[in-house]
Design a protein around this ligand. Structure first.
Ligand code: DGP
Length: 114
């Protein structure tokens, strides 16, 4: 897959407001926040979209979600609530082709999404 801006963030080639990091996962604030809290959780090793994940990525996908929930608990909004979103391809609204989980919180979310 081609390199994206997110791999540049992983390599510290461009700046980002990083809020969480472990061996496999990096989380940083979205440049264009859609809620008071808007953080992106990404695997350091890129997958372009969720479609590219295989059974071998199951543990990594679990770690992404667990890191998201742990952050929500740590920051104190887990009980109040939050939303996680993975956009895939054009109709999903994906713009950066490096798999990421959006974590949105700090306001009431609406359903269905637009
Ligand atoms: P998506 O539409 O699901 O592919 O979301 C991509 C998100 O990435 C979008 O909400 C804006 C954010 N984004 C794009 N470029 C940058 C960047 O250079 N830095 C940061 N922090 N976020 C970015």
């Amino acid at each position: 897959m081609t390199d994206t801006i997110f791999s540049k963030i992983v390599r510290r080639e461009i700046p980002a407001d990083i809020v969480y990091e472990d061996d496999e996962v990096l989380a940083f604030r979205d440049l264009n926040p859609q809620a008071p809290v808007h953080v992106l959780f990404i695997p350091k090793q890129p997958l372009a979209t969720l479609n590219d994940a295989t059974a071998g990525d199951a543990e990594l996908l679990g770690k992404l979600l667990l890191a998201t929930a742990a952050y929500a608990k740590q920051e104190g909004f887990a009980e109040q609530g939050y939303r996680t979103v993975i956009n895939a391809n054009e109709d999903g609204g994906q713009t950066v082709y490096h798999l990421h989980v959006h974590l949105l919180a700090g306001r009431r979310m609406h359903w269905p999404p637009g």
